[in-house]
Design a binder for this molecule. Structure first.
Ligand code: ZN
Length: 296
């Protein structure tokens, strides 16, 4: 909401709300059992497997999130760069949500676009610091999709998918390793020659991030990373849509310090969005939810 407010003030951006039209779209990524739990709220453990509380209109909101991602992809393919103010859900697996991601919109959208938009190949460039267990496990059977990922953190309960022809992830420990891995990943994407790229823009690489953090990764490293990505995308003219990954502030400080961290985080996201897409559209899923209360 804060980022929406910030970007909406910029004249070169238009904000657009999306209402989904077909809940069946979610079956491109998830089991009926999981989707039913989102609809009915039971079993509660499954319905809240992502960490987001089940509530009224929850499944309507999820449908809107998925359709907003599709809208963003279609916009990018038409040459209008776009960003979605919503989470792509890279941790969501076929039978379970994880890590605040109830559905994997990146994969749902990729499959939908390949079936319906006439494009053949989609790459996911995931630069959130956490392992993209959902994207890899859902994407591995589809050679038209190339999930790529640089990560430091992986939880035991997340599925691990080995690297294969159409999966490339690299685990790294420090900032230097990160940039070596980035070069390898970008080369792989060039070789794949995608028709479209989802850039999963994560800020949780920053060393001080509460939930992530890479040794030696400061604001300058973040600038360098997104300069390299912007240069890469411009060089190859890949239509690109940006979906937002993680970025976690520390709440264990006084209110003013929390507020300052929120502002810095919004600025961090906004700066990179502007760098990657100086003009364009901001697309957000319509939501009737009062709040996205989480259990942790
Ligand atoms: Zn993350």
């Amino acid at each position: 909401l804060r980022l929406n407010e910030h970007l909406a003030k910029l004249q070169n951006y238009q904000v657009e709300g999306v209402v989904g039209t077909d809940p069946g779209i979610l079956r491109l990524g998830h089991s009926d059992e999981l989707l039913n739990s989102y609809k009915t709220g039971v079993p509660k453990q499954l319905a809240e497997s992502s960490g987001i509380q089940s509530q009224e209109d929850y499944s309507v909101w999820l449908m809107n999130v998925a359709w907003a991602h599709i809208k963003v992809a279609e916009s990018a393919l038409r040459g209008a760069p776009a960003v979605i103010l919503g989470n792509g859900g890279h941790h969501a697996e076929y039978e379970s949500g994880y890590g605040f991601g109830p559905i994997n919109s990146l994969i749902i959208t990729s499959k939908y676009m390949i079936q319906n938009s006439g494009i053949e190949k989609i790459a996911v460039l995931d630069l959130d610091v956490h392992y993209a267990n959902g994207t890899h496990s859902l994407g591995k059977y589809n050679p038209s999709i190339l999930p790529t990922d640089i990560y430091r953190n992986k939880l035991e309960k997340w599925q691990y998918t080995k690297n294969q022809e159409n999966i490339l992830h690299r685990q790294i420990e420090n900032s230097d390793h990160y940039f070596e891995a980035l070069e390898i990943i970008l080369q792989k994407i060039t070789g794949f020659n995608p028709d479209f790229i989802f850039y999963y823009l994560g800020m949780d690489v920053i060393e001080t991030d509460r939930m992530g953090g890479i040794k030696g990764f400061d604001e300058r490293a973040l600038d360098k990373r997104d300069d390299l990505v912007a240069e890469f995308l411009n060089l190859h003219h890949y239509p690109t849509a940006i979906s937002l990954g993680g970025g976690y502030i520390n709440h264990a400080v006084n209110d003013d310090a929390v507020e300052a961290q929120y502002e810095a985080m919004v600025e961090r996201f906004a700066m990179r969005i502007l760098k990657l897409s100086p003009t364009g559209r901001i697309i957000r899923p319509n939501s009737t939810l009062s709040q996205l209360t989480t259990r942790t």
